[in-house]
Design a protein around this ligand. Structure first.
Ligand code: ATP
Length: 274
């Protein structure tokens, strides 16, 4: 059984105050994600990527269709607070602006304590300190340089690493990362991307990586899903998509990949041909 199955998923928004009209943000989307794989949902702004993620995260209710995680129908079977807590242990989000919804007047320890509570570990318990320190080291942060600080005292890259440290505390089955590096300066992006790969390789976590950047998707993914105007128009392994794109939109996206992102072996191959 796949970890996640998305079946005939649709989201229609009703917009306009006086003249009502409908925006069909997600159109009959079907896909599955296996355990321990990274898939990228790639598409331009407005193609429906975030809406799809929000439906999986139970933030937006689908207009129709089903989302099934480990056999549980996310919009039909999850009813109680305990069901929700169990779900958010399994499925965790990493957003573009890591601390956007976080109170800037609390030290960052609090954000890690929240994750501990989800797995029923009391932050006052001495074991919690050990878990937090271990999680921070997993993401390349030295606990004594981080704990007790406030968000404004940390760089964008450090903040995003803290959000990934939360994933190490929870070890969820699925992480949904929505443009996690787009606000981070180019020199630290690679390090953050690598952390998602570590999470997959060491904790067996599957990742849905949402991006408009085909180069990044090519680098990180086991499979790529191309989204265009609310629909998934093409799927395949990165090499299938790059070497044999079928949809015109995919062809355009590929044209925009700088060589910099190409995998080392491809660059090596190119160099031997020249
Ligand atoms: N709450 C909402 N109400 C009305 N329309 C919405 C709402 N949220 C999204 N939309 C519309 O749904 C469509 C898909 O938006 P979505 O945010 O999912 O796209 P996206 O591919 O994630 O884009 P981006 O990369 O810019 O985040 C867009 O036309 C958007 O304007």
């Amino acid at each position: 059984m796949a970890l996640l199955e998305v079946k005939n998923l649709n989201k229609i928004y009703e917009v306009g105050l006086f003249v009502r009209r409908q925006v069909h943000a997600v159109k009959n989307v079907n896909f599955s994600v296996e355990r321990g794989e990274i898939i990228s949902l790639v598409g331009e702004s407005g193609s429906g990527k975030t809406t799809t993620a929000k439906m999986i995260l139970r933030i937006e209710k689908p207009t129709s269709g089903d989302i099934i995680v480990e056999g549980i129908n996310v919009w039909k079977d999850i009813k109680t607070v305990e069901d929700k807590k169990n779900y958010y242990r399994k499925v965790h989000a990493v957003f573009q602006d890591p601390f956007a919804s976080y109170n800037q007047f609390y030290p960052i320890d609090r954000i890690l304590h929240q994750a501990l509570r989800l797995i029923d570990v009391d932050p006052q318990n001495p074991k919690s300190k050990e878990l937090i320190e271990e999680a921070l080291r997993h993401v390349g942060l030295e606990p004594k340089n981080i704990l007790g600080k406030y968000p404004h005292q940390l760089s964008g890259g450090e903040k995003q690493r803290i959000m990934i440290a939360r994933c190490w505390l929870l070890k969820p089955s699925l992480v949904i990362a929505d443009e996690p590096v787009s606000m981070i300066d180019a020199s630290t992006r690679g390090g953050i991307i690598k952390l998602f790969e570590n999470l997959r390789d060491e904790a067996g976590t599957s990742v849905i990586f949402i991006t408009h950047d085909m180069g990044l998707a090519y680098y990180i993914s086991n499979r790529i899903f191309i989204m265009y105007k609310g629909e998934i128009v093409e799927t395949g392994t990165p090499d299938e998509i790059i070497s044999n794109p079928k949809h015109d939109y995919t062809k355009n996206l590929i044209g925009s990949i700088p060589t910099l992102y190409k995998k080392w072996e491809d660059i090596g191959e190119l160099e031997t041909r020249v």
